[in-house]
Design a protein around this ligand. Structure first.
Ligand code: ZN
Ligand code: ZN
Length: 335
């Protein structure tokens, strides 16, 4: 079994932000684009030279839709050698590995809310991460029922974990330390960062959270999934970076009309009413960022996440209201 020797050699070799092992272990299909490799190599180079806290956008697409060039939502922040993951959409484990950040650097995982594009790979990240050297004292934070979900997932995979730990004489991953977050306020604090949360508006999901990370050298705020919300502007006040979900309404309307014409079983008015009640149009993203006075605004959780939309199309409606730096998120981009 070649993946066994890969796993062992990775564990031996991954001592720091080394690029080689992470890439060789991926065994990319021949068709995997050069663009993915280049983005990974660029991220690795940026992190290797980093002297300050960095944010890597691991997945920048909205919605639980597989097979796109953008992965579902996830991020990692690297500060002083410790890694903090925010959201676990499908692809988080691969994308994390592509950054070259070793799994032993993973300190905490944060979940904004329990939609599949934010949590579906939470369990697999824990198991694969454990095999790759994730510390057993990794912590997880997120809305209820995260504790129960973690226990249930670990129960489902107990045999799998036990086989592996017996084979490789590893201490088994039994569970992780979960702290549920159900209300606004301080979440956790360690040597690198103070984390706080707000409750955002994303019906019927309750609670859905936004987070702010105040590192020693940099503050990074995340809207999570939300309708336009004053609380996000307040949370992000004076932050260096705000990562905000972004929806292009006219493009989405055209896109969904096309989908319905192809047989997607939704009604146009129902679909758009849901999207407007749950998500933030680009113009409002600009207003909120301007009110918050952030230095850099990252547009992410892009709706619709289709490749034909140019960066200018994403940023133009935002730039009408926000006068700071606008970054259109791309997977593996280092901010
Ligand atoms: Zn989402
Ligand atoms: Zn959502």
């Amino acid at each position: 079994m070649t993946h066994v020797s890969n796993a062992l050699s990775r564990r031996t070799l991954l001592a720091g932000l080394t690029a080689g092992p992470a890439l060789t272990a991926i065994a990319p299909a021949a068709a995997e684009t050069a663009a993915v490799k280049t983005a990974a190599q660029m991220a690795q180079a940026a992190l290797k030279d980093a002297t300050s806290t960095k944010l890597v956008l691991l997945g920048t697409a909205a919605g639980p839709v597989p097979g796109r060039s953008r992965e579902m939502t996830s991020h990692v922040m690297l500060s002083n050698g410790s890694a903090y993951i925010l959201d676990c959409g499908m692809g988080v484990t691969d994308q994390f590995a592509r950054t070259g950040i070793p799994f032993h650097a993973l300190k905490s995982i944060f979940i904004t809310h329990h939609h599949a594009d934010h949590n579906i790979e939470y369990g697999p990240l824990l198991i694969v991460g454990w095999i790759q050297g994730m510390p057993l004292d990794v912590r997880a934070f997120g809305p209820p029922p995260l504790q129960q979900m973690t226990v249930d997932f670990m129960r489902a995979y107990k045999q799998t974990v036990d086989f592996w730990s017996e084979d490789f004489k590893m201490k088994p991953l039994v569970s992780v330390n979960v702290q549920e977050v159900a209300a606004a306020g301080p979440v956790t604090e360690d040597d690198n960062v103070k984390v706080s949360a707000i409750v955002v508006q994303h019906p019927p999901v309750k609670p859905a959270l936004g987070y702010r990370f105040d590192f020693k050298d940099r503050s990074i705020a995340f809207s999570g999934d939300t309708a336009p919300l004053e609380a996000v502007a307040k949370m992000a006040e004076g932050a260096d970076v705000l990562v905000h979900e972004t929806m292009l309404v006219p493009v989405l309307e055209n896109y969904i009309r096309g989908q319905i014409a192809k047989g997607r079983p939704v009604k146009f008015d129902d679909f758009m009413a849901h999207m407007k009640a749950d998500h933030t149009p680009a113009e409002d993203v600009g207003r909120i960022a301007q009110e918050a006075g952030v230095k850099t605004l990252v547009l992410s959780h892009l709706t619709p996440a289709i490749d034909s939309i140019t960066d200018d199309e994403w940023s133009a409606p935002v730039a009408k209201y926000f006068k700071g730096e606008i970054i259109v998120g791309r997977d593996l981009m280092v901010v």
